[in-house]
Design a protein around this ligand. Structure first.
Ligand SMILES: *[C@@H]1O[C@H](CO)[C@@H](O)[C@H](O)[C@H]1NC(C)=O
Ligand SMILES: *[C@@H]1O[C@H](CO)[C@@H](O)[C@H](O)[C@H]1NC(C)=O
Ligand SMILES: *[C@@H]1O[C@H](CO)[C@@H](O)[C@H](O)[C@H]1NC(C)=O
Ligand SMILES: *[C@@H]1O[C@H](CO)[C@@H](O)[C@H](O)[C@H]1NC(C)=O
Ligand SMILES: *[C@@H]1O[C@H](CO)[C@@H](O)[C@H](O)[C@H]1NC(C)=O
Ligand SMILES: *[C@@H]1O[C@H](CO)[C@@H](O)[C@H](O)[C@H]1NC(C)=O
Ligand SMILES: *[C@@H]1O[C@H](CO)[C@@H](O)[C@H](O)[C@H]1NC(C)=O
Ligand SMILES: *[C@@H]1O[C@H](CO)[C@@H](O)[C@H](O)[C@H]1NC(C)=O
Ligand SMILES: *[C@@H]1O[C@H](CO)[C@@H](O)[C@H](O)[C@H]1NC(C)=O
Ligand SMILES: *[C@@H]1O[C@H](CO)[C@@H](O)[C@H](O)[C@H]1NC(C)=O
Length: 846
């Protein structure tokens, strides 16, 4: 075909010129200067840049539950993420280089907990496994590693004190990838969202070159654009950096300095938005606007898969969610399909067409982008039009804009127009629910080189000359069962050595499975805390000792027992603990801790002290304390039990009652936690968690809800039980739908004190619009706002829920947190002592 060779020729010329004049491209951020709605697609109209791929990040403790799925369902989830022409079909996988410290949703294990090179362990964590599985499905996938934190042996506050040492630590990780897993790491980062350092980056470059990793490129700095100022005054630094990677870059910032280096420019972390249709709309917009407005050639979503508990930050800000290994259920989110629109029809190494030559702003709002295959005739055009209400990601601020539906004509250059029809894939994140997600439509004809396309608001189109593309699916999806089934027993004996333990998700410290130090009492595999000293943190961990959690954020009345092992030399210092009702960092919890002389029952975990000073729970947090029973020592193996039922707790050690019926707060709910007061290698075995007390019976509905019912609030049901009066869905249309009745919350008037009733859902009824920051609301309390800015408010005294001004009136709350597993809208996320017992939106007000 004549056309083919012409396109290839033109594009090959472009490739040769690729890096000559990138800066000139940057001028083209103004609206497309084309006549009306005719949009030329013509590689000859300007230079193009190499497409570096769309990726996602497993990092910050986001995947601990994934490996716990049975092999069939784990494989299905991995197929949705990585298999070409199936689901998200990711082109890049970025992973955390575990650094033993809390980084958002959890802590990831380092390959070197200590400086002892004979104890490098390439079996820790889940990222190696994930990279191997990704490569298995797509050998072309690019791999990228980045540390969030570093083990404490590399320094106290900064990893740059000894740049050689830190560079060797990273080289060790690269060697593990190559020699143990046969993985080539394409990109390596510096320190996530923390200062970079010129000397270190240069030393890292030399160290990687010397160790045979010349091909591994350095991305800097996985944070703000200040890296560009630093590089501008430091040529050696700039020379050592291959790719400029910014986090959550605003398309409306002036990045001219960053562009001036003529290096690939990426959004190396992006989205952090919840995985509903709004999260998909954010992602669909930004992966395309980043090219049109800022010539970014890669976008990487945090995070890859939500395989972490609700109640550890930041729930389900993920391409898909898979947090129920016990049921096999997972959620294939609209974000998967937003990704597929680009990834299934492009390849890393294809070229973007520049603005006015195939990419640009749609005249009535939105973006279009064209990629071309430099070695063949194929090309793909994407057009996306998201309205302002659905466009925001969690950050950065998005300036206001207008969108309306329109018909555009893509005018293909003669060589491209030779193709007679293009396949069409369509999503709409603003229709429905249900939304149209990645549906193949009839091919569109190319007539005289022209393709007409009507683009509604919310619409997302892919037009491609490729014939491939598939909306993958598996039969027999498991139904959701978010409650970890009780009783739960774990001996760790079936777990992989050095891997994560059971359904535990590490928060502070690292708890790996290893052979027991002492097999006395028939202990085989145990869970051992592995971090020996304070790491170089990415974030603070709340000043509490090491902690790993499991279960549900809604649990309250449970009994938990576990065996612990303390070696003789640790007896004077170590204080093993078991907790219920714990938040992510046991700042709120009911914790029972024992040391060499006594026990404490407290409403939070033990304080983490300076090096090697034993930490105790703060005096103000203690409910009760006492001496150990006569003749009991904590050296060796012991069994500890804690039971919490509403306002009462009881605890035992080796069968001795430590306390019974101790008074505790009733407002807390949370995870089962296991931990200690400092970085000690305490071991645990034989965990058993069970329901306790009477509050585990599902409550009957007060009545079946009908249109006209008034909404109010009442005590939230606990223990992860769903109560039909409290089950609401937060729709991407910003409606609050009562799940059992299918009716929607409706303001009786858009005025202060207006009550809320249930009515037939109607997305065009603005009285049903309750805006919320759809990502934050699952992770904190936040306002739920009517179209006129009044907010949903509850009254403590009598359960009235109404619209009020945002400034809380006395006796009312104006912020809510959504608990997705029970579908509750609660007035507190962590325990709020002033607010008392948690209140939930309900069709049966108190
Ligand atoms: C390093 O680890 C090896 C293997 O576990 C051990 O034999 C050796 O004693 C350790 N060296 C130091 C200095 O701790
Ligand atoms: C890099 O780190 C070293 C060691 O901490 C420090 O002395 C130096 O000032 C840092 N350089 C920059 C540019 O921050
Ligand atoms: C290592 O991976 C490469 C492709 O990246 C493959 O060609 C080679 O066969 C693999 N080697 C082994 C030993 O699996
Ligand atoms: C962007 O910044 C550069 C350098 O700081 C400046 O020269 C240029 O005028 C700025 N562009 C805009 C559009 O403000
Ligand atoms: C959007 O449209 C409205 C109504 O036409 C207009 O008042 C407003 O200025 C527009 N906003 C922007 C950002 O263009
Ligand atoms: C051990 O626990 C008891 C009871 O909570 C406390 O009084 C004591 O200070 C602790 N001992 C050490 C060494 O921390
Ligand atoms: C704890 O309370 C229960 C129920 O109120 C009672 O039966 C039991 O005797 C109490 N135990 C102790 C040790 O006080
Ligand atoms: C709500 O729960 C608290 C704490 O258990 C209890 O004191 C109160 O009576 C409950 N309120 C209602 C209306 O059930
Ligand atoms: C919606 O609010 C308006 C304005 O306050 C009010 O007039 C109307 O009755 C409400 N509609 C419904 C269906 O409640
Ligand atoms: C709830 O209390 C408020 C403030 O005292 C009062 O205005 C309202 O009428 C009460 N509502 C009900 C249903 O009792």
């Amino acid at each position: 075909m004549a056309g083919v060779s012409l396109v290839s020729l033109v594009i090959n010329l472009l490739v040769a010129n690729l890096f000559l004049d990138i800066a000139a491209l940057r001028a083209d951020v103004e609206p497309t200067n084309v006549s009306g709605s005719v949009l030329p697609v013509d590689p000859r109209r300007g230079e193009s840049l190499r497409f570096d791929g769309i990726g996602a990040l497993s990092a910050g403790g986001t995947s601990p539950l994934l490996q716990r799925y049975d092999p069939t369902h784990a494989s299905q989830i991995l197929d949705y993420l990585f298999k070409p022409s199936f689901g998200a079909s990711l082109q890049m996988l970025k992973v955390e280089i575990g650094g033993d410290s809390l980084a958002g949703c959890g802590a990831e294990s380092s390959h070197m907990h200590t400086d002892n090179v004979s104890r490098v362990d390439y079996s820790t964590g889940y990222e190696w496994w994930l990279m191997v599985e990704a490569k298995k499905r797509n050998p072309d996938i690019k791999l990228y590693g980045l540390p969030w934190s570093f083990p404490g042996w590399l320094g106290t506050k900064s990893p740059y004190a000894n740049p050689q040492l830190t560079a060797q630590y990273i080289v060790k990780w690269l060697e593990g990838a190559r020699h143990i897993y046969n993985l080539t790491i394409d990109y390596i980062g510096v320190w996530n969202e923390r200062p970079s350092n010129s000397t270190y980056v240069q030393v890292l470059r030399s160290a990687m070159d010397a160790a045979g990793f010349k091909q591994t490129q350095i991305v800097a700095k996985d944070g703000g654009a200040d890296i560009c100022n630093s590089m501008a005054t430091d040529k050696a630094y700039a020379d050592a950096v291959d790719v400029i990677g910014l986090h959550y870059p605003s398309d409306f910032s002036n990045f001219s300095l960053c562009h001036s280096f003529n290096k690939p420019f990426w959004a190396s972390e992006e989205s952090s938005s919840y995985d509903d249709a709004n999260g998909a709309a954010c992602w669909a917009r930004v992966i395309n606007s980043h090219w049109v407005l800022q010539q970014m050639t890669s976008s990487i979503m945090w995070n890859l898969v939500g395989s972490y508990y609700h109640g550890t930050n930041w729930y389900a800000e993920s391409m898909m969610t898979a947090d129920q290994p016990w049921s096999g259920h997972y959620w294939v989110s609209p974000v998967i399909w937003a990704t597929a629109h680009v990834t299934q029809f492009t390849k890393v190494g294809w070229r973007y067409l520049k603005n006015r030559a195939g990419s640009g702003l749609l005249p009535l709002g939105g973006y279009y982008v064209t990629w071309v295959d430099p070695d063949g005739p194929d090309f793909t055009i994407v057009a996306v039009k998201i309205s302002y209400e659905h466009a925001p990601c969690i950050r950065p601020h998005l300036p206001r804009f207008n969108t309306s539906a329109e018909t555009v004509t893509f005018e293909l250059t003669a060589s491209m127009g030779h193709i007679q029809s293009l396949q069409v894939w369509y999503s709409n994140f603003e229709d429905g629910p249900p939304h149209t997600l990645f549906e193949k439509q009839a091919n569109v004809a190319v007539v005289n080189g022209k393709v007409n396309l009507h683009i509604p608001v919310g619409g997302y189109f892919t037009l491609s000359s490729l014939k491939s593309g598939e909306k993958g699916s598996f039969p027999n999806e498991k139904t959701s069962a978010p409650n970890l089934p009780l009783p739960y027993k774990e001996s760790f004996d079936a777990d992989q050595i050095s891997g994560t333990a059971g359904y535990f998700a590490d928060q502070i410290g690292i708890f790996e499975v290893h052979a027991a130090s002492s097999q006395a009492g028939a202990h085989k595999n145990v869970m051992r805390q592995m971090v020996p000293q304070t790491p170089i943190a990415w974030q603070g961990w709340g000043d509490t000792g090491p902690l790993t959690v499991l279960g549900m954020r809604e649990w309250q009345d449970v009994t938990v027992s576990i065996d612990f092992y303390v070696s003789e030399e640790l007896v004077v210092h170590a204080m093993p603990c078991v907790a219920t009702r714990s938040d992510q960092k046991w700042l709120y919890a009911v914790a029972l801790c024992v040391n060499g002389t006594g026990w404490t029952l407290s409403n939070r975990g033990p304080q983490l002290q300076a090096d090697n000073t034993p930490g105790n729970p703060p005096a103000t947090s203690i409910y009760q304390s006492g001496p150990l029973p006569a003749g009991v020592s904590i050296a060796g193996w012991h069994a500890i039990t804690l039971t919490t039922i509403t306002t009462q707790a009881s605890g035992t050690l080796d069968g001795h009652v430590l306390f019974a019926n101790a008074s505790i707060g009733n407002a807390d709910t949370g995870f089962v936690g296991v931990g200690m007061n400092y970085w000690y290698p305490v071991e645990f075995d034989n965990l058993e968690v069970d329901a306790a007390g009477p509050n585990w019976e599902p409550t009957a509905p007060c009545h079946s809800s009908t249109a006209g019912d008034t909404l109010g609030s009442r005590n939230c049901t606990t223990n992860g039980l769903s109560s039909p009066d409290q089950e609401f869905d937060l729709l991407a249309t910003y409606q609050l739908r009562h799940a059992p009745s299918g009716l929607c919350a409706t303001a009786t008037a858009l005025a202060a004190s207006a009550t809320i009733t249930l009515e037939e859902c109607d997305a065009t009824n603005s009285n049903q619009t309750f805006f919320n920051t759809y990502s934050n609301i699952r992770n904190m309390v936040t306002a739920i706002e009517a179209v006129n800015g009044l907010v949903l408010s509850g009254r403590y005294s009598n359960g009235t829920v109404s619209l009020q001004t945002r400034k809380a009136t006395p006796g009312c709350w104006t912020e809510w947190a959504y608990f997705p597993n029970t579908r509750q809208l609660r007035n507190q996320y962590t325990r709020d002592d002033a607010a008392g017992y948690p209140q939930c939106l309900s069709t049966c007000p108190q």
